[in-house]
Design a protein around this ligand. Structure first.
Ligand SMILES: [Zn+2]
Length: 111
C-alpha cells in the first residue's frame, strides 16, 4: 500500500525519477514521490539537500530578485540584477525581445 498525497489527499504517491530544472535548466534526475492525481512532487530531505547542492555548484541558486518598477520618459524601467543578467547572457548594448505571456508575466529573451 503506497502513501496518500499530503496535498490533495486523493492520489497515491509513486516512486519516480524526476528531472529537476531550477530556472528551466536540467540538473539531472532525482528520486521523488509523485502523486497520481495532482502530480505534486515530493523529495526526501536528503534529496532536497542534494538538489540544492548541485544547483549551487551549477550557479542555479538565488537567481530570483525583487525589484521596484521605475519610469524613464513614457517607458517603464525594471532593473535586472547583475547575477541574473550574467546568467541569461544579457549585456549592455545587446538586444532582447520583450513580450507578455499571460497577464502577470513578461518574457525577456536574448535576440
Ligand atoms: Zn495529490
Amino acid at each position: 500500500m503506497s502513501e496518500k498525497c499530503y496535498i490533495c489527499e486523493k492520489g497515491e504517491l509513486l516512486k519516480k525519477k524526476v528531472d529537476v530544472k531550477p530556472y528551466g535548466v536540467s540538473i539531472g534526475k532525482f528520486d521523488a514521490q509523485v502523486c497520481t492525481e495532482c502530480n505534486e512532487t515530493f523529495f526526501s530531505e536528503q534529496t532536497s539537500d542534494k538538489i540544492d547542492e548541485v544547483a549551487k555548484i551549477k550557479g542555479l541558486w538565488g537567481l530570483e530578485a525583487r525589484t521596484k518598477i521605475g519610469q524613464v520618459g513614457n517607458s517603464i524601467d525594471v532593473k535586472i540584477s547583475k547575477k541574473i543578467a550574467e546568467f541569461a547572457g544579457l549585456k549592455k548594448g545587446g538586444e532582447v525581445r520583450v513580450y507578455p505571456e499571460g497577464k502577470n508575466r513578461i518574457i525577456i529573451e536574448s535576440a
